[in-house]
Design a protein around this ligand. Structure first.
Ligand code: EPZ
Length: 427
């Protein structure tokens, strides 16, 4: 086990290169199951979660090879269609093989993901959608046994909640169904657009990208993919808030500003000057705003499905608000237990009161936090502790950093490149 040491109070500056998106890489790796042959995925981040997913694909018979951030996967020979609880319990996104396995092999046996730190994480919409396409799904002994006795049939499917991975699972099942499928009230996250572009490049016929309604005309077969993973908007937002929390000026590169519409407006509301180009975002402070007088305005956020404020950037923004100059409200509407970072931020001196899905943050002003030993509980909560540790005076030690390694490629190198003093030590 390792811990991350953060010597806070140093202003970050300079440029940081953003990696490929974890939440695009996972569904796109799963989609290679849909067509036998050699697929090439580019800009794939090297993370704990992508390594776990490749292991899972290996168990299904897919051989893969990584060369830098390019990954080739050969899905010609699938050996079986079962995904064990051991794998799924470490990474819920394993459920993303359900749709493509049923479409390719006509069956799949995938362990129910179970809950995680941030919520119960049910998959009822995944099951409802597959059953609408003619799949029989039996839930027993903690597994989903999915099977078709006749070819998948297109249908109209309405989602009560725009679920990201349910939309992705149903897209991957419908592309090889007979007839046309219409998915209504679907999620519109950019990672879904990346999957649609990949599938259409493989010969699928999907219309409605970035809208709330997708029309999929089933085809009989697909060809191997060669496509690029989009930049990680959550990683980009995390670094922007880390730079802001230290009173620094900086730029994230190799990103897509149009994927962060709500965060960039919130950073402007906080008082920062945010400049976008095609693939960079830079933040600066207003003229005359000298270090000693740097102030962050207190701003409210409410997490919503894309293009609303992303739940995956809620914890990091809360960390930023703990050093703002007034009082702000954070309202989490997507997951039922996504305030695990609050107790840890309080250990650093933050003043946060939680009432159900809302948290009232009374800002302590810049340098208002003190370093402390804290514990990571889930991926994004742990990145909020890094943001707070960078802003705090003194040393912060973060344990259980395997959470961080799930979603942030080369974190220590990237932060060091911005002038941070961070390193890992064994516990
Ligand atoms: C995806 O999770 C992301 N994971 C999450 O990122 C992200 O927080 C989430 O979307 C919301 O944006 C991946 O893409 C791998 P949902 P997902 O289905 O698809 C309820 C991270 O940190 N729901 O969009 O599991 C659900 O409980 C991770 O990178 C059902 O009720 O989330 C939640 O309240 C964390 N039944 C809401 O919908 C279902 O069948 C939205 O969840 C499915 C979901």
């Amino acid at each position: 086990m390792e811990k991350l040491i953060v010597e806070g109070g140093r202003q970050l500056s300079g440029e940081v290169r953003i990696s490929g998106a974890k939440n695009a890489a996972l569904p796109l790796i799963a989609a290679t199951l849909l067509a036998p042959g050699k697929h090439t995925l580019r800009n794939v981040p090297d993370l704990r979660d992508t390594r776990t997913f490749m292991r899972l694909m290996g168990e299904l018979g897919v051989t893969s090879e990584r060369n830098g951030n390019t990954v080739t996967l050969d899905s010609t020979q699938l050996v079986h269609a079962e995904v064990s609880y051991d794998l799924v319990k470490t990474m819920r996104a394993s459920v993303l093989v359900l749709g493509p396995l049923v479409a390719r092999l006509g069956r799949a046996r995938v362990s129910l993901p179970g809950g995680c730190a941030i919520g119960a994480r049910p998959i009822n919409f995944h099951i409802m959608g597959l059953e609408a396409l003619g799949v029989s799904c039996r839930l027993e002994n903690g597994y989903v046994d999915a099977e078709i006795s006749t070819p998948l049939q297109g249908n109209v499917i309405y989602f009560d909640i725009p679920s990201v991975t349910a939309t992705e699972n149903l897209l991957m099942a419908a592309v090889l169904a007979e007839g046309t499928t219409v998915l209504k009230n679907v999620a519109r996250e950019p990672e879904i657009g990346n999957l649609i572009d990949m599938l259409n490049g493989m010969g699928a016929e999907i219309e409605g990208k970035d809208s709330g309604r997708l029309t999929i005309k089933g085809v009989t077969s697909l060809r191997p993919a060669d496509c690029r993973i989009i930049p990680d908007r959550i990683e980009a937002g995390t670094y922007l808030m880390a730079i802001a929390a230290t009173g620094g000026n900086g730029m994230v590169t190799h990103c897509n500003p149009s994927h962060l519409p709500s965060l960039l407006e919130k950073l402007r509301a906080v008082g920062l000057i945010v400049v976008e180009t095609k693939d960079t975002i830079s933040i600066n402070w207003p003229e005359g705003d000298t270090n000693s007088y740097r102030k962050l305005r207190s701003v409210d956020i409410k997490t919503m499905p894309y293009p609303g404020y992303p739940t995956d950037l809620q914890a990091q923004f809360m960390a930023l608000m703990t050093i703002s100059s007034d009082v702000s409200m954070v309202n989490e509407t997507i997951f039922e237990n996504r305030f695990m970072h609050v107790a840890e931020l309080r250990r650093m001196g933050a003043d946060i009161k939680v009432d159900g899905h809302s948290a009232v943050v009374s800002g302590k002003g810049m340098r208002g936090l003190n370093g402390a030993p804290v514990m990571a509980t889930d991926l994004r909560a742990s990145s909020s502790l890094v943001v707070a540790g960078l802003a705090a005076t003194g040393r912060t030690e973060i344990t259980r950093i395997y959470h961080l390694e799930r979603g942030y490629e080369n974190l220590v190198e990237k932060l060091t490149g911005l002038g941070a003093r961070v390193w890992k030590e064994s516990v």
